[in-house]
Design a protein around this ligand. Structure first.
Ligand code: AMP
Ligand code: GLY
Length: 448
């Protein structure tokens, strides 16, 4: 069996690592991959954005199944193109992936189907505002959408509030499009940057402004085959750069599974009140959701509420989740594609897993690349510990850094505490110039 994994992060290394353990002994390819995927798969030098090249590679190399890691190719329709060409591929269509790619659309569906979520309003510049921006050289050229609410309305709405707000770019912004402002006057600045200054381009001219939710944050991922939902083991990640959840948002500085703060009954509530109604809402729009559906939630005093949907495995959540999966991942992916999730029973380790990310100094802002990484062999020798590469490349003199999140040391333990000790023991063996590691991954399990 030939399998192609699309992407180049820690999530994709974890996917390749898990697929490589299948008793079906697949031949694995990863496009474009990293120095870690190269250990278990053949890296193919095709960008994850180049759908035409990926499709022609899949045809010529007789790929039996493609697994897509990141959201960009999913939102750009890679699944639609592969399916039209008669190729098997794991992930949602572009129409279904809009749940992640367009936060205003996700809010609308949640509202219509009664999914608990933060109170929110959506704003985009009015026709007149766009015309004005164009006169001052700030606008875009294509025909503007006609909407009643605009930048002025957004400002008015935020100014009239005496509580903090969250401002979110509607489109894909690689984790950089969410701004939590305790002080509403700071939110005005963000509105200006996004809606007038277009700092995030087209992705940010439309914004969602929503209430700040408080409580522990969890990630609940489910396999969805269009009809059936299989909720995976829970996880939680740490999105802020700094310890005690301070500093800017990142893609995720570490994660653990299970999320101890989630009870069985919380999970049942989430399946019944989040996954079921949102899949039904999509079906009413004649959209079939197939693949991973990831709900990011806050466990508020009034129950779990959705922050966002993602249309793929989380990164770094996939690393601890896949380390705890004892069943064959290929079976799970095939059951999803073929619509047999009702027949799937997965086995999970009762152990905990925890992933600590080592990032380049400066991330999520600018950072150096090409720094040699030491200690990888020493960590590989540890039991119950895996190093999942993210921003790495194999150079002539060894593995060097090539991204913001460089790698994620992931460990299994009897408890989260033990998994954390092992992961940190591993990460301490890794060294590269400017390496940054958050010291408190997994240390906020108790709350609620
Ligand atoms: P999102 O991409 O929507 O998940 O937002 C990124 C991160 O911002 C989340 O993981 C939360 O930590 C934080 N966040 C987003 N929305 C809210 C909210 N309404 N209240 C509090 N924190 C939020
Ligand atoms: N770790 C958060 C995400 O994958 O979106």
């Amino acid at each position: 069996m030939n399998i192609l994994v699309v992407g180049s992060g820690g999530r994709e290394h974890a996917l390749c690592w898990k697929l490589a353990q299948s008793t079906r002994r697949p031949r694995l390819y990863c496009a474009p991959g990293n120095a870690g995927t190269a250990l278990v798969a053949e890296n193919i030098a095709i960008s994850q954005e180049d759908i035409a090249a990926l499709l022609s590679f899949a045809k010529s190399s007789k790929i039996d199944m493609t697994v897509v890691g990141p959201e960009d190719p999913l939102c750009a329709g890679i699944v639609d193109h592969f399916t039209e060409a008669g190729l098997r591929i794991f992930g949602p269509s572009a129409a279904a992936a809009r749940l992640e790619g367009d936060k205003a659309y996700a809010k609308k569906l949640m509202r219509e189907s009664g999914v608990p979520t933060a109170e929110a309003r959506v704003f985009e510049p009015t026709v007149q505002e766009l015309a004005q921006q164009r006169q001052t050289g700030l606008g875009r050229d294509e025909a503007p959408p006609s909407l009643e609410t605009g930048y002025d309305m957004a400002r008015h709405y935020v100014s009239s509030r005496d509580e903090g707000v969250v401002v979110k770019a509607c489109g894909l912004a690689r984790g950089k499009g969410v701004f939590v402002h305790e002080d509403p006057s700071e939110a005005l600045l963000t509105l200006e940057k996004l809606m007038v200054g277009r700092e995030l381009g087209e992705a940010g001219t439309r914004v969602v402004v929503e209430e700040i939710l408080t409580g522990p944050e969890v990630s609940v991922l489910a396999l969805v085959d269009g009809r059936n939902i299989y909720v995976l083991e829970s996880a939680a990640d740490h999105k802020r750069l700094g310890e005690k959840d301070t500093g800017p948002n990142t893609g995720g500085m570490g994660a653990f599974s299970p999320a101890g703060m989630l009870s069985e009954s919380d999970l049942e509530i989430i399946e019944r009140d989040v996954f079921v109604p949102i899949i039904d809402a999509l079906r009413r729009e004649e959209i079939e959701y197939k693949g991973i559906l990831y709900a990011g939630l806050i466990l508020t005093a009034a129950g779990p509420k959705v922050l966002e949907f993602n249309c793929r495995f989380g990164d770094p959540e996939a690393q601890p989740i896949l380390m705890r999966m004892e069943s064959d991942l290929i079976d799970a992916l095939e059951a999803t594609i073929d619509g047999h999730l009702d027949e799937l029973a997965l086995k999970w380790s009762s152990k905990s897993a925890l992933c600590v990310v080592a990032a380049s100094g400066g991330y999520p802002g600018d950072y150096q690349k090409g720094e040699p990484i030491a200690g990888l062999d020493e960590v590989a020798a540890l039991e119950n510990v895996e190093v999942f590469h993210a921003g790495t490349t194999a150079g002539p003199e060894g593995v060097v850094t090539s991204g913001g999140r460089v790698l994620g040391v992931t460990a299994l333990g009897e408890t989260v505490h033990q998994a954390r000790q092992r992961a940190y023991e591993g990460v301490r063996l890794i060294a590269f110039n400017g390496a940054y590691v958050r010291g408190d991954i997994g240390m906020r399990i108790s709350t609620r």
